[in-house]
Design a protein around this ligand. Structure first.
Ligand SMILES: Nc1ncnc2c1ncn2[C@@H]1O[C@H](COP(=O)(O)OP(=O)(O)OP(=O)(O)O)[C@@H](O)[C@H]1O
Length: 231
């Protein structure tokens, strides 16, 4: 569904992504892994068009995204949950959810009920300001906001960062449900190994801006973990 090929990205003169390759097959959950600062968020931001890649290809359903504006990428069915959630703290939960609706490809202009089935807490808190929610609730809101757009591919950047363990498990269950029951293709950045193993079908490991390993989750062995993931 998504194929990154020979992607190079620079921050000024600093070469950050090097001939990067990554495949995200349709219907699967792919986990992008690697230590801090290896380029995971940079890669996701290139995919979303939030930062520019210098050359290479990002192919989504057969189309090269590099010439497509960031707003249009959402229209193509790519949902994005950024690192740190980035919900609007002064807007209510309802307003946060409504904000993406005009970008939907169809004419739906109200919040789809399945969002509240997945996240009942959001229904209870519709009138609450986003900034008054707990970290876990904000993460649910950020995922809900991405789902409002009816994406086919959902991209999440460290959805468990700074969240209590019981909510982490809940978020894991929701990602699995979205992937296995609803059929969304998922790409997520995750540093917690048990979580990655629980939700992921495949992994892709970056090290210093390069892809160093990729494969099915059951092939992620101790050698790779020691070499590229443990700190
Ligand atoms: N806006 C920026 N300007 C310049 N350099 C940046 C910028 N953002 C990130 N970098 C650098 O690019 C490299 C990759 O950063 P990136 O945030 O993509 O890594 P990451 O793997 O997502 O790390 P983390 O797990 O800490 O979020 C790092 O060396 C970082 O310092």
């Amino acid at each position: 569904m998504l194929k990154v090929e020979q992607l190079n990205q620079y921050y000024g003169e600093s070469h950050t992504l090097w001939d990067l390759e990554m495949h995200v097959p349709a219907g699967q959950c792919t986990v992008l892994m690697g230590r801090n600062g290896v380029g995971k968020t940079t890669l996701l931001q290139c995919i979303m068009g939030l930062i520019k890649a210098r050359d290479g290809m990002i192919q989504y359903q057969g189309q090269n995204l590099l010439g497509v504006d960031a707003e249009k990428r959402a229209n193509l069915g790519i949902g994005y949950v950024p690192q740190g959630r980035q919900i609007f703290p002064l807007l209510t939960v309802e307003e946060n959810l409504l904000i993406g609706l005009p970008a939907r490809r169809d004419k739906v202009r109200s919040i789809p009920p399945f969002i509240f089935e997945l996240f009942p807490v959001l229904k209870e808190m519709l009138g609450r300001r986003g900034g008054d929610l707990s970290g876990g609730q904000q993460q649910q809101l950020a995922i809900g906001r991405a789902l409002v757009l009816d994406p086919k591919l959902l991209i999440l950047d460290e959805p468990t960062e700074g969240i209590q363990p019981n909510i982490v498990a809940e978020i894991g269950d929701i990602i699995r449900k979205l992937n296995k029951d609803i059929g969304l293709t998922v790409l997520l950045v995750e540093q917690k190994l048990p979580f990655a193993r629980k939700v992921g079908d495949r992994f892709c490991i970056l090290d210093r801006g390069r892809r160093v390993a990729e494969g099915e989750m059951h092939t992620l062995d101790d050698g790779l973990i020691q070499r590229y993931l443990t700190v």
